[in-house]
Design a protein around this ligand. Structure first.
Ligand code: ADP
Length: 486
């Protein structure tokens, strides 16, 4: 039987370009699906970093004018991925991030930049002349979410066939909303601008449109799939999601266990595995040195690797920090984002010399060392669709301490008395997501940390968990097959 063909459409793909977990997922899933008879081609924008890394590039489609300039669709390989890259220099070839300029302001033409990506996806989805059409178009987040809309409306008359469509929500906080005046410039026909299409309170909602029309919707954990149907976490889309709950499911993210493997990780000072956990001490020493932390603190060394935003609960952590310090603990934080939070974290570092250290910026290598050296990895998010750093923590023996929300609730087993007695605990959860509950969890962790044998059992239990893509990939494969068979 020939492979099922999937076009995965994403605005970031590890290792080519990454700002967060979406890139990890888009980069790892194709490799995990290949053994299951699913051939994935990944469509992404031709940012400079991406164009520089292409192997065997070949133009397969051209547009004389794609929202203000010429564009080409380039078939290529990079990092073991089969790619289609949308090379539109007027939209993507600029210095700065994928979504923002170097000052942190959103690119003013993001509507055109990502409508172009979705339009290209719809063209490929409908079948390029002389090319194989995919069975499924899988659009990730708002940046790709117009693909089902363009497939439905823009190609309605000329489409030879229409692939099944999936929209995956990696974070519903980012929805891609733009003025209604862009409808015609974005080549959306009037009939797309309705309550069943892209119209959202008088504006154009990219994610909203995709969620309204996709054949299936997934999000990245079962708990988040339920949470986003409620007003607290649905961010205005809960009604639509409840209406479409029969096609909404949650599939947990996995981890690329080749990239994230403490036994072979080149970013570590000392590689180790479960039987050689003592070797982690050398990573811990290196971490303390890197962050200017004292080497005689008796409590756990806690790490944070995170975007600095209100979602991630860094303000809660700052408020609870005195408790961690009082328990003899330390904090090493690696983060980029909100400037006001950075200022507050820097002030905490000054207040607690030798106990709190911070590095601001994005550093993939250091993030590995933090998993390999920290005693505990903290994830106090207010909401968390899946979360990856707690999964890396499990794999690296950095015991996760997490808020009981979304994917964090689904992946960590709290070390309460019953779980400890049953030998199934893998970390610490706290609820509600509030300072007092976080303080209590930090105190619980510090207490158990003093019981070395129990702590080690928690580490070993986490390291034995299967956090790979094996199970999630099988779930995606089943979903693709079901949709393609319809
Ligand atoms: P989100 O996608 O919401 O940012 P996730 O936990 O799903 O959160 O994914 C975050 C990813 O980005 C992880 O791979 C994490 O290690 C990485 N990461 C976040 N901040 C940094 C940073 N400052 N330096 C290096 N890696 C980071």
């Amino acid at each position: 039987m020939s492979d099922l063909r999937v076009l995965s459409v994403a605005s970031e793909v590890f290792p080519l370009i990454k700002t967060g977990g979406l890139a990890d997922v888009a980069g790892a899933l194709p490799g995990a699906l290949a053994p299951l008879g699913i051939a994935v081609t990944t469509l992404l924008p031709g940012y400079p970093q991406v164009m520089d890394q292409l192997f065997r590039p070949k133009a397969v489609q051209r547009w004389p004018d794609l929202f203000g300039g010429p564009a080409a669709l380039v078939s290529a390989e990079a990092a073991g991925l089969a790619l289609l890259v949308l090379d539109a220099p007027h939209l993507y070839r600029r210095s700065g991030g994928p979504y923002q300029d170097s000052h942190g302001a959103d690119w003013t033409d993001n509507a055109q930049r990502f409508a172009a990506l979705a339009l290209a996806a719809a063209e490929v989805g409908g079948g390029l002349p002389g090319g194989d059409a995919p069975d499924v178009v899988h659009a990730h987040d708002w940046q790709a979410a117009l693909a089902p809309i363009y497939l439905r409306f823009a190609r309605a008359e000329q489409a030879r066939r229409r692939p099944a469509t999936i929209v995956t929500i990696h974070n519903i906080a980012f929805q891609g909303q733009f003025p209604a005046s862009l409808r015609a410039p974005l080549r959306l026909p009037p009939e797309a601008f309705t309550i069943d299409g892209v119209e959202y309170y008088g504006r154009i909602g990219f994610l909203k449109g995709g969620l309204a029309l996709a054949d299936h919707i997934t999000t990245v954990s079962p708990t988040y799939a339920i949470e986003i149907q409620g007003s607290e976490m649905g961010m205005g889309l809960e009604g639509l999601l409840r209406h479409r709950s029969h096609v909404l499911s949650g599939i947990l993210n996995g981890v690329d266990i080749g990239v994230w493997n403490p036994a072979t990780d080149k970013h570590l000072v000392a590689q180790y595995d479960a039987p050689r956990l003592d070797d982690r001490q050398r990573n811990k020493a290196a971490l303390r040195q890197r962050f200017g932390l004292a080497d005689d603190a008796p409590g756990p060394l806690a790490s944070v690797v995170s975007r600095l935003s209100s979602q991630k609960g860094m303000d809660l952590l700052l408020a609870a920090l005195p408790r961690l310090i009082a328990e003899g603990g330390q904090l090493a934080l690696l983060g980029a984002g909100d400037a006001a939070l950075q200022t507050e974290i820097a002030a905490a570092k000054t207040r607690h010399p030798g106990r709190v250290g911070a590095v601001f910026g994005y550093d993939e290598g250091l993030s590995h060392l933090m998993q390999g050296g920290a005693d505990t990895i903290l994830v106090p998010s207010r909401f968390e669709p899946c979360g990856l750093t707690q999964l890396y923590g499990l794999r690296y023996g950095a015991v996760p301490l997490v808020a009981r929300v979304g994917g964090l609730a689904d992946t960590i087993i709290d070390a309460n008395d019953a779980a400890l007695a049953a030998g199934v605990a893998t970390g610490f959860q706290f609820a509600p997501v509030a300072v007092h509950a976080l303080e209590a969890a930090l105190a619980r962790a510090a207490h158990l940390y003093r019981d070395r044998a129990t702590w080690r059992r928690i580490q070993e239990r986490g390291m034995a968990m299967d956090v790979s893509w094996r199970r999630p990939a099988a779930q995606y494969a089943d979903l693709y097959k079901t949709l393609a068979d319809r």
